[in-house]
Each structure stands twice: as structure tokens, then as C-alpha cells.
Design a protein around this ligand. Structure first.
Ligand code: SF4
Length: 404
């Protein structure tokens, strides 16, 4: 891992690749982040509404071919400082498939320019050989979908791995030399007690990863868990306990040296996720693969979500974008503030002015004044951010900045 110190972190937070069009005076923000979507999983988890499916190996082969073609035509136009291979379960690929994917990424991108190269992995599918391949192909950050260390919890969520698998894979990654590992954890499951959650946090802290993401369980779309909820087979954990669990995470993790830098994310100093900062700062990125989103120069696009239609489109050299929208400036401004409020450091007037040519106060003066009076945001030293009180009702606060 190319370790990033405080100075580099500042770069990741503040620098945008901006080109000025001398004819029109328009600023063009070039994408610096590449997302690659692998939409395959060994089994669908009970809570999962992501674009992923269980599939045969030959479909995966055809998909990788299509992906490589898309990388060839699109991603080669840019230089990326961050690359993120997510899913789905990228670690599900066979060793041959994984090497093929990693080779196509390294072939089409100046990875020597890449500061952060993340691959998501499921503890149930990562082997010593795959870890070796990741290392060999310069991947320097692993995001482990652990969710819990307790088997009862993992079974409830429908995960394919056990708590022991999670610990063993973490050790395997460390002994292979990975120095930047994220652990994903879920809280707020029915019947999960505050003590269960504390135990998960304690085990995570003892492993000493550089980054921890904590997410409250949500009931999306038509997942088995949503069905069980509707049929009253299970009951949601009450909001009070869920909020207490979130507070426990903040307290435990900050006490143990993790900086709470984003609503759901905690990192040791210098290990904040640079790739996700691109989303939180609402700047440009490129997504490849089925259903992947891109945001380039004010234009939002997404690829065909259906894996087979995506493969077919790429095979036939057809357009695979299923959605394009040129974001109106007011929406862009509003989205930028909402996304930035996710960061504990919020957004500065200088940053806002550089991008939009006006101050946050000019745009949202009345809203800020009401929220300040309610103690939900602070606007000191020209920086707008959530207060601790605002953090616990973040969705409500952010909704006040939605452009109508
Ligand atoms: S491993 Fe992740 S993407 Fe795959 S089904 Fe489970 S939650 Fe969804």
C-alpha cells in the first residue's frame, strides 16, 4: 500500500482535476475515480437489494470480456487516482477470472498514478492465491464485507461466511502485506442486543483495521427480510436502540483512535477512503459494468442494469448507457451541499465559491439560519457542517437543502 500521510490526505480532500476551456471560460472537472462493478455473488444475502446475482461461470467469463471492452473504450481516456472494484462479490471470481480482470485494469490505466486501489472481498470467497494475485496486481486496499463476527447474526443476514472465516481472512491479508483494510459492519438487526453490537465492535477493534464502516440494517425493495417484515415474521429493532447502537459505535471507535470522518465511516489518520470522497464531494467519476453510474462534467449516466443486456450491448458494439441526464445547476448545487454534509468536516465557503461562484450563505441563507437556531448545523469560520445533534437526524437536515 502506498501509505498516504496527512499531506496526501489533504490532496485527496481538496484537489480537483480542473481544465479551463479558454473559448467558453467553462470549468471542466475531469474524473479521477474509476468504479468497476462485478455483479455476481455466491448467494443473495437476505437484506440485499444491490445489483448482483448468482450466475454460472461462463456468464462471468462473458461479462469480464464485455467489461474489458468498456474499459478499453471509456476508461482509457482518463488518469485515475483511485480505482474501486466493487459488487457484488469481486472475490467470487475464480483465480483465472480475477487475474483477467486485474490485468485488464492494469493494462488500461496508469496505475502508477493510482494512489488508492480497492477491491471488495467476502471472507467466504477469498483464498490465499487470490490474495497473492491482488497483491501482485498492485491492489493496495481491501474492503471486507464482514458485517458481524457472530454466526447467529451472519445466518440471519444470509451471509455465506462465519465469524471465524472473517478473522482468518483478515489475518491472511495482513500476512500477505495488506496495510490498508476496511471492515464493513451492520447493526440494528432484530434481536441484536446492544451487547452483541459492542462485542462486534470490540472484535473489530482488536483486529486493528485501518478503516471501519458501520451501517444500520435497512429493509429495501423485495428482499427476503422485507418480506418477513411485511408478513410480521420479524420485527424491526426499535429506533431508540438503533440510535444507541450508532452512538456506541461513535464512542468506542473514536476512543480507540478512529476518526469519525463521515456519517458511517471511521478511519485511522491518513486512511480515510479517497475514492468515496469523490462521491461525497460530488465531483466526477467513471463507472463501468452493468448498472454502473458515471458523473462527468455535469452529466449523470448509468449503464444498462441487466447483466445479459449489458453483455449483449458491449458484444454488438451498441450503446450500453440506459440513462443520461445533464444535471441542472440548482440541483447540482443542492446535491453538493447534501453530500458534503455527510462529511463531519462539512463544506467550506471557499470550496463552494470556487465551484459555483457564489457563497453557501447566498444560496441557502434562510435554511442555514433556521437549522442553526435549531442547533442542527454550525456555520462557523465559513464552514457549514452538521452538529452532533444534527448528525442523529442527518436525513431530516439534508432534506432541507433539496432543491424544489
Ligand atoms: S455479498 Fe454483498 S452484494 Fe452479494 S448478495 Fe450479499 S450483500 Fe448483496
Amino acid at each position: 500500500m502506498q501509505q498516504r500521510g496527512e499531506e496526501d490526505r489533504g490532496f485527496a480532500f481538496n484537489a480537483l482535476l480542473v481544465l479551463h476551456d479558454t473559448m467558453t471560460s467553462k470549468k471542466h472537472i475531469l474524473p479521477t475515480a474509476l468504479y468497476i462493478h462485478i455483479p455476481f455473488c455466491a448467494k443473495k444475502c437476505n437484506y440485499c437489494d444491490f445489483n448482483s446475482m448468482v450466475s454460472e461461470s461462463r456468464v462471468v467469463d462473458r461479462y469480464l470480456h464485455a467489461l474489458s471492452k468498456e474499459l478499453d473504450t471509456l476508461a482509457s481516456q482518463y488518469t485515475f487516482t483511485t480505482i474501486y472494484i466493487g459488487g457484488g462479490t469481486p472475490s467470487l471470481l475464480s483465480e483465472i477470472q480475477l487475474e483477467r480482470l486485474l490485468r485488464s485494469v492494469i493494462r488500461y490505466n496508469a496505475t502508477s498514478q493510482t494512489q488508492e486501489y480497492t477491491v471488495e472481498a467476502n471472507p467466504g470467497t477469498l483464498t490465499a492465491n487470490k490474495v497473492r494475485l491482488l497483491k501482485e496486481y498492485t491492489v493496495n486496499r481491501i474492503s471486507l464485507g464482514i458485517q458481524s463476527f457472530q454466526d447467529r447474526q451472519l445466518q440471519f443476514l444470509g451471509r455465506i461466511h462465519s465469524g471465524d472465516d472473517a478473522r482468518n481472512v483478515f489475518t491472511l491479508l495482513r500476512s500477505a502485506g495488506f496495510k490498508n483494510i476496511n471492515i464493513d459492519l451492520i447493526f440494528g438487526c432484530p434481536e441484536q442486543t446492544p451487547d452483541d453490537w459492542k462485542k462486534d465492535l470490540e472484535i473489530a477493534i482488536a483486529l486493528n483495521p485501518e478503516h471501519i464502516s458501520t451501517y444500520a440494517l435497512t429493509y429495501e425493495g423485495e428482499t427476503p427480510l422485507t418480506r418477513d417484515l411485511k408478513n410480521e415474521v420479524i420485527r424491526k429493532l426499535d429506533e431508540y436502540t438503533e440510535l444507541e447502537m450508532y452512538k456506541t459505535a461513535i464512542e468506542y471507535l473514536t476512543l480507540n483512535g478512529y476518526n469519525h470522518y463521515e456519517i458511517s465511516n471511521f478511519a485511522k489518520s491518513g486512511y480515510e477512503c479517497s475514492h468515496n470522497h469523490v462521491y461525497w464531494r460530488n465531483t466526477s467519476y467513471v463507472g463501468v459494468g452493468a448498472g454502473a453510474h458515471s458523473f462527468i462534467d455535469g452529466m449523470r449516466m448509468s449503464n444498462e442494469k441487466d447483466v445479459f443486456r449489458y453483455i449483449h450491448g458491449m458484444h454488438e458494439n451498441k450503446e450500453v448507457k440506459s440513462f443520461r441526464e445533464c444535471l441542472p445547476q440548482d440541483h447540482f448545487v443542492s446535491e453538493t451541499v447534501i453530500m458534503a454534509l455527510r462529511l463531519r468536516q462539512g463544506i467550506t465557503n471557499t470550496d463552494f465559491y470556487e465551484r459555483f461562484g457564489s457563497t453557501i450563505q447566498d444560496q441557502f441563507g434562510d435554511t442555514i439560519s433556521i437549522l442553526r437556531k435549531a442547533g442542527l448545523v454550525s456555520y462557523d469560520d465559513e464552514r457549514l457542517k452538521l452538529t452532533e445533534k444534527g448528525l442523529f437526524v442527518a436525513d431530516t437536515v439534508m432534506a432541507e437543502f433539496i432543491y424544489i
